[in-house]
Design a protein around this ligand. Structure first.
Ligand SMILES: *Cc1c(COP(=O)(O)O)cnc(C)c1O
Length: 362
């Protein structure tokens, strides 16, 4: 294999496009004639300013982000957003609706409960999160300050197949594991956040896309670095932003634009996921428990139903040049994360392995 790279099915941090890594390598020691690496640059220098400005303008182009939304480049991961969203948006009626569809939405609700009243407006926990609740099952409070969802459930391998109608209540979505995997209508959301380490950049960068009218005075005692208003006013430069991940983010945006944008990305992702689910569905050994309409295109969860066989699969797949196919410690089983950067050949390689494994072990 080229550079002896393996197919890495990690849920995050995960693969980056090879072209992006090569470009970063070529520019590593001397970026654009500056005589230094991007890692060594002042974040307030002219040369760096052009990097962060381009990262933002390219992201706006890729995602078709309207002008009345701010794009913030932050730190602290998606997990810090669990708290920041509450600190900044739970300010009017001090209550919010949370819909539980897996691990991260549950964590987000628990964190928000530190700042106000959390109403669980829907949950499929009783069914082990194998599906997303339907609109008519949601018990939304029209007085809630916002509704929070996790759009793609990284650990459980499910995805929303519709955008819930929340009336006039702002909709907040954690899109950490599906951002830029396909086109989304940003205007349907008041706030979108995502840790970068799945589809955008190395770990250390968090993206927040927020409608400007939602930026207001946060709860008393909110730390400066958690205050959207201050961060937005300072163009994500109140302090030192994660400069290198922002640079890689810019390269990833170039990669997406060059391929034809999110419509093309979606087509490629659909093709990869379809190939994998088809093999699982036609298998006598493996199965996927997520209902068909909610199956994630990014995180494909499957299992033989036997802990020993699953462990054998993990071990033998690793020996065949594939890593991180073990499911999350909380769910067990197997999981293949096939984010944007996973090439079709990687999924083909996995599918071949699955078929061979079934022949040997069924
Ligand atoms: C990975 C992930 C998180 C946690 O992200 P951190 O950046 O590690 O805090 C939260 N939500 C979702 C949906 C994720 O996939």
């Amino acid at each position: 294999m080229k550079y002896e790279r393996i197919y890495n099915f990690s849920a995050g941090p995960s693969m980056l496009p090879l072209e992006v890594l090569e470009k970063a390598r070529d520019e590593m020691l001397n970026y654009g004639g500056s005589g230094m690496s991007v890692m060594e640059m002042s974040h307030r220098s002219k040369v760096y300013e052009s990097i962060i400005t381009e990262a933002e303008s390219k992201m706006r182009k890729v995602m078709n982000i309207p002008d009345n939304y701010k794009v913030l480049f932050l730190q602290g991961g998606a997990t810090l957003q669990f708290a920041m969203v509450a600190m900044n948006l739970m300010t009017k009626n001090r209550k919010a609706d949370y819909i539980l569809t897996g691990n991260f939405s549950t964590k987000a609700a628990e964190e928000a409960a530190k700042f106000g009243t959390v109403n669980i407006a829907g949950s499929t926990k009783e069914e082990k999160f194998v599906r997303i609740p339907r609109q008519n099952e949601l018990k939304l409070d029209p007085e809630a300050d916002y509704v929070h969802i996790c759009y793609n459930n990284t650990i459980f391998g499910s995805v929303w197949d519709y955008i819930p109608d929340t009336g006039n209540v702002p909709l907040v979505a954690d899109m950490s594991s599906c951002i830029m995997s396909e086109p989304v209508d940003v205007t349907k959301f008041a706030l979108i956040y995502a840790g970068a380490q799945k589809n955008i950049a190395p770990a250390g960068l968090t993206i927040v896309i927020i409608r400007e009218d939602l930026i207001c005075e946060p709860l008393a005692g909110t730390p400066t670095m958690c205050n959207y208003s201050i961060l937005a006013k300072n163009d994500s430069m109140y302090n030192t932003p994660p400069t290198y991940p922002i640079y890689i983010c810019k390269l990833v945006m170039d990669w997406l634009i060059d391929m034809g944008g999110l419509t093309e990305m979606q087509a490629r992702n659909r093709k990869k996921a379809a190939l994998l689910y088809e093999v699982i569905d036609n298998s006598k050994l493996f199965k996927c428990s997520i209902v068909k309409e909610n199956r994630s295109m990014m995180n494909v969860r499957f299992s033989t139903g036997s802990e020993e066989l699953d462990a054998k699969f993990v071990k033998e797949s690793a020996a065949s040049g594939m890593s991180n196919l073990k499911g999350h410690r909380s769910t067990g089983g197997l999981r293949a994360s096939i984010y944007n950067a996973m090439p079709y050949e990687g999924v083909e390689y996995l599918v071949k392995f699955i078929k061979e494994f079934e022949k040997q072990n069924a």
